[in-house]
Design a protein around this ligand. Sequence first.
Ligand SMILES: Cc1cc2nc3c(=O)[nH]c(=O)nc-3n(C[C@H](O)[C@H](O)[C@H](O)COP(=O)(O)O)c2cc1C
Length: 200
Amino acid sequence: MDNKAMYQLSYGLFVVTAKEGEKDNGCITNTVMQVTTTPNRISLAVNKDNYTHGMIMRTKVFNVSIISEQTEFELFKHFGFQSGKTVDKFAHFTDVKRSENGLYYVTKGINAWISAKVVETVDLGTHTLFIADVTDAEVLDNTPSATYAYYHANIKPSASQETKKGWRCKICGYIYEGEELPEDFVCPICKHGAVDFERI
Ligand SMILES: Cc1cc2nc3c(=O)[nH]c(=O)nc-3n(C[C@H](O)[C@H](O)[C@H](O)COP(=O)(O)O)c2cc1C
């Protein structure tokens, strides 16, 4: 089996935000898709280790900010390379507004946002698949949405721009510095395994 076939699947990229009490948080995902139009429903897969996961599990509400091609790597670093467990991602992040459900959506590097209410969850082992009704949505501009392929080709720093030596996660760009990558290594950022790393 050629696992590289999975790279040919086309994905969008999103900042998924949640709010629990006074705590706002969000993470990058590539797993939002519309699954039915009547009712208007989306699905979202979130790793159980993500802080955002527990927030959505408990509150059953989330927002999706759809990342456009006019975005910067900084957005991915901010929401995808650090966890709300240790950082307040919204402490100094000003490119946000609140939708009617009280949750943040991102306003820069985003072409639309969606509010959603969870109606069902599916336990997928490492992840939970959330099935959710769309409760609100707005288009901000018509810049094309960034696909995962676009992210790899145009947003993520390329290997030649890296000065570090070791192994780079082809999925999120995380770098493991060391000569040998352990076979059972799991990326601390996107949770993909050693098979998704390349030597740099
Ligand atoms: C390009 C990219 C795509 C990602 N896709 C997903 C995804 O689909 N599902 C997921 O659970 N995490 C995904 N992640 C990882 C989370 O964004 C990351 O683990 C984040 O730090 C979790 O933050 P939190 O603990 O504050 O929720 C992705 C990260 C990047 C950079």
